[in-house]
Design a binder for this molecule. Structure first.
Ligand SMILES: NC(=O)c1ccc[n+]([C@@H]2O[C@H](COP(=O)([O-])OP(=O)(O)OC[C@H]3O[C@@H](n4cnc5c(N)ncnc54)[C@H](O)[C@@H]3O)[C@@H](O)[C@H]2O)c1
Ligand SMILES: O=C(O)C(=O)C[C@]1(C(=O)O)C=C[C@@H](O)C=C1
Length: 284
């Protein structure tokens, strides 16, 4: 019987457990999470078969998914390199950044342990096992960062998650971090900045903040995300984020200047260009 160990049974880890279990009841799922409530919930739902310590789950697994925050994933890769893992184990993760993680993972590759970086590009601002879903990843990109020797690992992960109906994307860690910087990290920064700055103004009016426009709610939903998770992501993708923030500031400055100068043609071009870009990525 194939054993899968999932470390971190929050939204993403629990979604993987549900999906793998639904796809194949024969796979034994071992789980670890320091917040016991997550594991106990998944045991009660029969999505996880057994709760273990990190070390014993890792040592008895055929495939290991690291699903904690990015900083925890890095620590656990280092810990895995000290354990007595199965010889042909495949280790993967779901962290939102990849360059740092792939670089820490050399400790595993040096010991001929297969590590394939992973990142399902689906989720929400919610946390914990109760917020996971078996269909969370349907239609979403699932990035894998193989190294040249890791083809068997890629196939093994794809087979295990064949029920997930994801859009597999094999990319380099650098390409990944640049893409998610623009497509995920910057949006979170902007949503949170908007929430902070707009509320300063709104709180000085007599109108209830809950009466804000739908556009405010659409653009700030992700500002409700977990600060611990996002602090770890900012720290891990620091250089790319700083570069992309400069680019963002340049665009914002252009609009500010056009508004100051009452340059209606430029203001129109700004919204028209953005409209065209947004329409090209409409998925649903
Ligand atoms: N939230 C999203 O939309 C999303 C999407 C894709 C990837 N990710 C990435 O997935 C990972 C998990 O995010 P999530 O949304 O499931 O967050 P979550 O908070 O729901 O789950 C993280 C879990 O990790 C556990 N944890 C903390 N320290 C641990 C440790 N030492 N060992 C094992 N578990 C530990 C926490 O108790 C928590 O249950 C993060 O690395 C995140 O960057 C998140
Ligand atoms: O949809 C959301 O609420 C999310 O925040 C999910 C989201 C993102 O879209 O940016 C968050 C972090 C990830 O690494 C991948 C997906």
């Amino acid at each position: 019987m194939e054993s899968v160990f999932i470390s971190g049974l929050g939204m993403i880890g629990s979604s993987l457990a549900r999906n793998i279990k639904q796809g194949n009841q024969q796979v034994k799922i071992l789980g670890y999470d320091p917040e016991l409530v997550n594991g106990e919930f998944l045991i009660s739902e029969h999505d996880v078969d057994q709760l273990t310590s990190f070390a014993s789950g890792a040592e008895s697994a055929d495939v290991i998914f690291l699903c904690g925050p990015v900083d925890v994933i890095k620590q656990q890769i280092t810990e895995l390199a000290t354990l007595n893992l199965k010889k042909d184990v495949v280790v993967t993760d779901v962290g939102s950044t990849k360059q740092e993680i792939m670089s820490v993972a050399h400790q595993l590759r040096d010991k001929q342990i297969t590590f394939v970086g992973g990142h399902p590009m689906a989720g929400s601002h919610l946390t914990g096992a109760r917020s996971g879903r078996s269909d969370l990843f349907v239609g979403a990109a699932y990035f894998l960062i193989p190294t040249s020797a890791d083809n068997a690992g890629v196939v093994r992960i794809q087979r295990l998650l064949s029920n997930a109906n994801v859009n597999w994307q094999l990319v380099t860690a650098k390409e990944h971090d640049s893409f998610v910087g623009a497509g995920s990290h910057l949006p979170h920064i902007i949503a949170s900045t908007l929430a902070l700055s707009a509320l300063k103004t709104i709180d000085n009016t007599t109108v209830d903040a809950k009466l804000v426009a739908g556009g405010f709610c659409d653009t700030t939903r992700i500002a409700a995300a977990d600060p611990d998770m996002w602090t770890a992501i900012m720290d891990s993708n620091r250089e790319i984020i700083l570069e992309q923030l400069n680019q963002f500031n340049d665009e914002l400055k252009k609009l500010k200047t056009a508004i100051e100068q009452k340059n209606k043609a430029q203001i129109h071009d700004f919204f028209s260009d953005a409209q065209k870009i947004r329409k090209t990525i409409d998925r649903r």
